[in-house]
Design a protein. Structure first.
Lengths: 483, 1021
């Protein structure tokens, strides 16, 4: 009997271990989800799309390297303030290299993260039954994927209208889940041509425009936003008639003179077609985009970059945009024409606010430029005058023709979209050189001028280098010429 | 406190009253060895009963027995002696040493006689650790005690755990802390400070493959087995220990400026035309004002620090009856720390270990320990919130309290002095902040296990054990309303903030070992153990924060106006293992062992779910050979082992593609892919070759162990870069790629120089030589880590700095070398040069001791030291910096700058601040040191003074000094672990090792090391 008790004890001890192997395999993460099973309702898919928007916010709003501000720093709109931290001086002086880091690596990495988020949604969208809600989610994801690729290709590759060789030059890698591009994380993909990239961007945007809803709430893409973006991409791609058609599809008013100041303090969203939004109370620690231009130090505004004096003085005092763009401040006993956009919500000076990606005013400017390029000067002038009527006090309709009209369109584009991340790309796509004035950083044009005054058209620095991390990891990718 | 003290006494005496009322004959005597040396702790049992006693420190015993009974005397390393009790009342016994020292060592999943072991195992016994201040974390206690165990104190904060590495660090990204096991139960490194050192019987440190391999994927960093004390059969033995002491900061080997010196430095800088110096008080103040400032002269060390109060009380009761043994202990430790205005570290612990022979084939037992510690933490940051930075930074002419125009202390309306916030205090009066920004940590640790030993028949036995450790961690972090931080960054509508963390770390372990042992033909001894083990760790955490406190007196969030933070999380890990361990010996002469273990871990990817680890080892007891008969060797063993182990301290779920919900977009939830999984991810692998010799000679007066090993760690987890087009958060996949090799020589020696009846003088020590090399990185690409670098062919984390070339004697400019070795006055970080052979890792580490016992007196000194490591001395860099002299004090050395052409051995001229104030080899110093860790003088009262009626068996008094002498050329305290708390956290709770940080890499302002003096008594009943 005793013998059996022993064996029974032994057996019961051994039985404890039955099933241990299953425990091992069944354990799942506790605070993270499974990307291949999570997306199964409209709501969860929307979380995925919102994830893509969050990635956009990450690289547009980055206080050190934001996509929202750096294209102005790379242009003739601003001059570096010597009493600032000299942030982004490497970019301002066009000394960036593949190992520079900052925007060079951030945009490349974060835009592809937005794409990855969008592809996650697109790849599993058929988990939902067909419905307008499904279409709307797919539309948002497709548009997000297109915009992220567009942000990449205009920064790291040539723009089709930039030069004759641009369309066939190396573009970026367009990642589409439908084509199996996301299957292998160890893949070493090669660059496609710029032309191919634009075809895919326009394809995604066009498809999105047919699916997406009219209003998805603040900070989310919608039909007007997609058509607005189409007008921009067509313009970049030299498809002027398509740009006009897309612009015509946008059904939204321009912000009025009275509304315009409130647009840049988030008091209203008049004329805003696409924005990346931030909840300044629950997300108070998020990236402060305004820090690209200035920050508050002991109550004083310390500028990193100020408006170029020649540009500033070219703006008529009757232009309501002038005080929105510029504020006279004193710092360290010097007067500066500080940048007044993106200082903060309401009266805050913390640089934390919504990113304006695309406004109705741009759609008018896209359309006017496309009309001009097609020789439709009368229509172009009319389009421009609609905008100008809301931008000048006591505006008398303009009558420019020919190159004067072209100049007026470009000048209004420069003023209207100043400090919103356009100027570098506008000069680039038009094949122009960047020419900075001889003035210094002080409010009266004195002080230290820019070190590099001219970036000649065709210079390789118009295309950012691919980050060294990419070329190290991906043996098949080709670096841009000159780096 | 006083109440606890009294309580111990009451309890002690209560138990005392129960001890002796047997009515038999009392037999006394003295037990000695063949040399006449008295043997303390010899077990004496009346045969066939549970009646037993032990000899006291003088080898004397006293036992009540019936005439005609037999007493059995037993002692480790000696043959048992039997004495028949006759008419006489006195029996002196001389014990004869056994065939060998039958030392039993605890090894993986069992124990073994040291003679038959084929593994490199170091043991540290309770006697070797009892002299350290008991609030010292037990991992710190190991420093210098065992060859090849590198212990670097993280800092000097009471209760702070240490960085422990066994035979060098074999990883880059994963933790290199060893596996700690207490009585068979694994515990977290972070929790070892909650073990009462007085409970520990023995540390057994497993170093080579022959034993660590048995721990499979958890063995690669070595294993520290902690065995706690158990009762032995016999009457209850009660030991009470109490000590008090005081500690202080170890004096710096340099002087800080006083008020007049600092003002003079400012004057000199202004005279030289240093930018901004002209407005400093030293240059601009009127003579009257200067005199006033000098009169304020403040020694900030005195204002902010104090002498710590150290107290320790413990009580243990142990004994056993026929079928039962027990060990019960209580402990209380307090170390206020040297920082004034906060409470310091406190620990209360209790333990009960017991075994019971339930049947002749069944023994059951349990070990339970409960311990709670509390500690308040000063901010360990390299900024104004750190008091240990403040004492070097604050200008000596800025007083603690604000002064009015007449120089009198300014007071607030209620008459209390107002803390000074101006000048170098920069608006953050640290003395006040320590009160208004309290941070309080509590840990409650339970370690418990129960086991059942089953003897199935003569050949088969089985041990089943269930154990668990559970640590509850609470942290309360407050900024009081109106306090220093709350006034600066708080919201005035919601004064005061509080954050509470609550985490529960629970790990349990179930194992079963079925053993078979047999002897064939009387000479072939064979044993096999089959292991099944299941281990799971469950970590949960809650965090909440709120703001708006009506009163600072109620530190609970229920009174707050509104919540600002809420958070909860959980993590788990599962390990399931099977193992087979085989030992064979031929007549104790020829030894062979082998092991194999498989580990399945929830952390390993589906393609590598199970890891297999094996070892093989051989030993030869040469001393047992016939031809050694009559040689002066008592023991001589040659052994060798080879095998593998793993390091599974890798992040959870690296093999999965994961979706994170951590951030919101415009206030709404987002689902974001956070990483690309690697289905191949697995443990970091390791293989170790070890060859060792163990010997003792001259009647065991000289004993030693020598080991040589080569430890190759490969499959180290590194981030393999992937194309960004994948959209991965880090643009990399954690992959098993890297390789590091550690090899070294370890020598442990001890010898009795004098050994006779009255005097015993022993010296001993250990030293380990370590050589470390990075063998393989991802595609051979360096990993630049700021001031250090990982490069193939170099030591792990070799320094990578611009080389300083002294001061230009012509003009006082700082000079540097470019990468080509040309002298330049330009400082460019592009001139960083890999300084081959200079790393924070010591090449030599060790400890030695000397101990003299004369009659009842004992004197023991323990030294620790290391050499060959380099430290980047940021503290000195700050102490002589040219920039920012208005806001911080300087070392007196700062006067020694270049003044005239031709000046040599000087600091750069203050006119070249831009190039002088730079990180370079100028501040890279050798970290060699030897420190007198403890010096103890004790006295054991001879038994003739102990009155039997009192029932006192032993009485010892002692005085100990800790860290009282240091020999080093380093310009600061050379014992550095974390330079600053934000850079690393030794044994951080639920954290992986901080990547890219090496203990001792640089000095900053973490809690400094302390020296202390304690006196104590130990009474045995």
């Amino acid at each position: 009997m005793k013998k059996y008790i022993k064996y029974f004890s032994l057996l019961s001890m051994a039985l404890v271990f039955v099933g241990c192997n299953d425990e091992l395999k069944e354990l799942e993460p506790f605070v993270q989800g499974n990307p291949s099973t999570f997306f199964n309702t409209e709501q969860t898919f929307q979380y995925g799309v919102d994830g893509a928007y969050a990635q956009f916010f990450n690289y547009y709003a980055d206080g050190a390297n934001g996509y929202q501000g750096l294209p102005d720093i790379l242009s003739d709109n601003v001059i570096i303030a010597r009493t600032g931290r000299l942030s982004n001086e490497t970019f301002y002086d066009y000394r960036y290299q593949p190992n520079t880091g900052g925007s060079v690596s951030l945009w490349w990495s974060e835009a592809y993260e937005a794409i990855s988020n969008a592809n996650l949604v697109i790849g599993q969208i058929d988990n939902l039954a067909d419905s307008p809600e499904k279409d709307n989610i797919l539309g948002q994801a497709l548009a997000a994927r297109a915009i992220a690729h567009f942000d990449l290709v205009r920064a790291y590759a040539k723009i089709p209208t930039q030069s004759a060789d641009a369309a066939q030059s190396p573009g970026i890698i367009y990642i589409k889940v439908e084509d199996g591009d996301t299957d292998d994380p160890l893949a070493n993909p090669t660059r496609e041509t710029v032309a191919s990239n634009y075809t895919e961007i326009l394809g995604d945007l066009t498809r999105a425009s047919q699916l997406i809803g009219d209003d998805n709430g603040e900070g989310r893409l919608n039909k007007n936003g997609v058509f607005g973006m189409l007008s921009r991409v067509y313009l970049y791609n030299g498809q002027y008639q398509d740009a006009i058609s897309a612009a015509n599809q946008v059904d939204a008013p321009i912000a009025t003179k009275e509304q315009l100041p409130g647009v840049f303090t988030d008091d209203n969203n008049a004329g805003v077609l696409i924005e990346w939004s931030v909840n300044t109370s629950s997300e108070s620690t998020y990236e402060n985009v305004g820090v690209l231009y200035s920050q508050t130090v002991s109550g004083d505004l310390k500028s990193e970059y100020v408006i170029d004096y020649a540009f500033y003085t070219s703006i008529d005092t009757s232009d309501v945009r002038r005080p929105i763009m510029v504020e006279r401040v004193m710092y360290s006993n010097n007067d500066y024409n500080a940048i007044n956009k993106f200082k903060g919500e309401g009266t805050q000076i913390n640089g934390l606010l919504d990113i304006k990606v695309l406004r109705m005013a741009e759609v008018f400017l896209n359309k006017a430029e496309a009309q001009f390029e097609l020789g439709m000067e009368t229509e172009a002038l009319a389009t421009l005058n609609v905008l100008r009527a809301e931008r000048y006090n006591n505006f008398v309709a303009g009558t420019e023709t020919g190159s004067a009209l072209e100049e007026a369109i470009q000048f209004n584009r420069r003023v209207e979209l100043s400090f919103e991340g356009h100027r570098f790309f506008d000069l680039k796509r038009r094949g122009k050189a960047i020419t900075r004035s001889d003035f210094g950083d002080f409010a009266d044009g004195g002080g230290t001028p820019a070190e590099i005054k001219v970036l000649p058209a065709g210079d390789n620095k118009f295309q950012l280098p691919l980050p060294i991390g990419e070329t190290n990891a991906n043996s098949n990718i080709e670096q841009n010429p000159g780096y | 406190m006083k109440t606890k003290f009294t309580w111990y006494f009451v309890m002690g005496f209560f138990l005392l009253a129960q001890i002796s009322f047997a009515q038999q004959k009392t037999v006394t005597g003295t037990v000695t060895d063949q040399d006449g040396f008295e043997l303390p702790g010899v077990n004496i049992i009346e045969e066939g009963t549970s009646n037993g006693q032990q000899t006291n420190f003088d080898g004397q015993y006293s036992i009540e027995v019936e005439q005609g009974s037999t007493l059995i005397f037993s002692y480790v390393g000696f043959k048992d002696e039997e004495v028949q009790v006759g008419q006489s009342n006195t029996y002196d016994v001389v014990m004869e040493q056994g065939e060998s020292l039958e030392e039993v060592i605890v090894t993986g999943y069992g124990q073994q006689s040291r003679e038959l072991s084929t593994s490199a195992v170091s043991t540290v016994t309770s006697e070797e650790i009892e002299n350290l201040v008991p609030s010292t974390s037990v991992d710190n206690i190991l420093q210098g005690k065992a060859a090849g165990v590198q212990v670097t104190a993280a800092n000097g904060r009471p209760g702070q755990t240490a960085f422990v590495q066994i035979r060098g660090a074999g990883s880059i990204n994963a933790s290199t802390a060893p596996l700690y096991i207490v009585d068979g139960v694994p515990i977290n490194q972070a929790d070892v400070n909650n073990i009462n050192p007085n409970d520990i019987a023995q540390f057994s440190i497993l170093k080579d493959a022959a034993t660590v391999s048995k721990y499979g994927s958890r063995g690669a960093n070595g294993v520290v087995l902690i065995t706690t004390k158990r009762g032995s059969k016999g009457d209850a033995k009660i030991v009470f220990r109490s000590s008090v002491g005081s500690g202080s900061k170890i004096d710096d080997p340099f002087d800080l400026m006083d008020a007049s010196q600092k003002l003079e430095l400012e004057r000199q800088y202004a005279a030289l035309g240093v930018n901004g110096a002209d407005v400093l008080p030293g240059a601009s103040a009127s003579p009257e004002r200067l005199a006033q400032l000098i009169s304020y002269d403040t020694d900030w060390e005195e204002e902010l620090l104090r002498n710590s109060y150290i107290q320790s009380n413990s009580l243990s009761i142990s004994g056993g009856a026929d079928k039962l043994t027990y060990f019960l202990s209580l402990g209380y430790d307090k170390n206020s720390g040297i920082l004034d205005r906060i409470d310091g570290f406190e620990r209360v612990s209790a333990r009960l270990n017991s075994t019971y022979e339930a049947k002749d084939w069944l023994t059951v037992g349990t070990n339970i320990s409960l311990a709670r510690n509390t500690t308040d933490l000063p901010r360990d940051r390299n900024n104004v919130q750190n008091p240990f930075r403040a004492l070097y930074d604050y200008n000596p002419y800025d007083p603690l309290y604000a002064r009015d125009a007449d120089g009198n202390v300014a007071t607030s309306a209620d008459g209390s002095p107002i803390f000074n916030t101006s000048g170098s205090i920069q608006g953050f009066p640290i003395a006040r902040a320590l009160k208004t920004e309290p941070e309080d940590n509590r840990n409650f640790l339970i370690i418990g296990s129960l086991f059942a030993d089953l003897k199935i028949n003569d050949k088969f036995s089985n041990r089943f054990q269930v154990g668990g450790t559970s640590n509850r961690y609470n942290r309360t972090n407050r900024s009081l309303a109106g306090g220093v931080l709350n006034s600066a960054v708080g919201n005035s509508d919601f004064p005061g903030t509080q954050t509470d963390n609550y985490s529960q770390d629970f790990e349990y372990n179930v194992n079963n070992v079925l053993s078979y042992s047999d002897t064939f033909g009387e000479l072939h001894n064979f044993r096999a153990d089959f292991l099944l083990e299941y281990n799971e760790r469950i970590y949960t955490e809650l965090r909440a924060g709120s703001r708006g406190y009506p009163t600072p007196d109620i530190p609970y969030q229920i009174i707050a106006a509104e919540p600002t933070l809420a958070y909860s999380t959980e993590a788990r890990r599962v390990l399931f293992s099977q193992g087979l361990f085989v030992d064979y010996d031929y007549d104790g002469k020829y030894l062979a062992s082998a092991s194999i273990r498989s580990d399945g871990s929830s952390r390993f990817g589906p393609n590598n779910k199970y890891g297999y680890f094996y070892s093989g080892s051989l030993g030869w007891n040469i001393a047992r050979e016939d031809f050694m008969e009559g040689s002066f060797f008592n023991d001589l063993k040659l052994r060798g082992s080879y095998g593998t182990a793993g390091n599974q301290n890798i992040p959870d779920f690296q093999y999965l593609n994961l979706l994170g919900f951590d951030s919101t977009y415009n206030g709404s939830t987002t689902a974001v892919p956070v990483g690309v999984g690697n289905p191949d991810v697995k443990w970091e692998a390791q293989s170790t070759l070890d060859i060792g010799v163990e010997f003792s000679m001259l009647n065991r007066r000289l004993r030693g162990v020598v080991d040589y090993y080569v430890k190759t760690s490969d499959d180290l987890l590194l981030n393999r870069p992937i194309s960004n087009t994948v959209g991965d958060e880090n643009n990399s996949i954690l992959s098993n790629i890297g390789e590091i090799e550690n090899k070294g020589l370890e020598v442990t020696l001890s010898g009795d120089i004098v050994r006779n009846q009255n005097l015993r003088w022993t010296i001993g020590g250990n030293v380990a030589f370590l050589d470390n090399e990075v063998k393989k990185l991802v595609n051979g690409v360096d990993i630049d880590n700021g001031t250090t670098i990982l490069r193939e062919g170099e030591e792990r984390y070799t320094f990578n700095l611009v080389r300083y070339a002294g001061v230009n004697p012509a003009n006082g400019q700082a000079l540097y070398l470019d990468t080509e070795g040309n002298v330049t006055s330009e400082y460019l970080s592009g001139n960083n040069t890999v300084l081959s052979g200079k790393s924070p890792i010591a090449n030599i580490e060790g400890g030695f001791y000397t101990s003299i016992n004369y009659k009842g007196f004992g004197l023991r000194a323990d030294f620790v030291g290391k050499a060959g490591n380099y430290i980047l001395n940021y503290q000195r860099s700050d102490g002589v910096a040219i920039g920012g002299i208005g806001n911080s004090n300087r070392r007196v050395e700062a006067f020694n700058y270049w003044k005239n052409p031709g000046d040599q051995n000087v600091l750069p001229s203050p006119l070249y601040q831009g190039t002088a104030d730079q990180t370079s080899t100028r501040f890279l110093e050798k970290g060699d040191y030897v420190r007198l860790r403890t010096l103890t003088l004790d006295y054991n009262l001879p038994s003739q003074f102990l009155n039997d009626n009192l029932g006192i068996d032993s009485f010892r008094i002692y005085a100990t000094g800790q860290n009282i002498l240091t020999f080093s050329k380093y310009e600061g305290d050379p014992e550095i672990g974390i330079g600053s708390g934000e850079t690393a956290n030794a044994g951080g709770r639920n954290s992986q090792a901080t990547t890219g940080f090496v203990p001792g890499e640089f000095s900053l302002y973490s809690y400094p090391q302390t020296k202390s003096y304690t006196i104590g008594i130990e009474v045995g009943f």
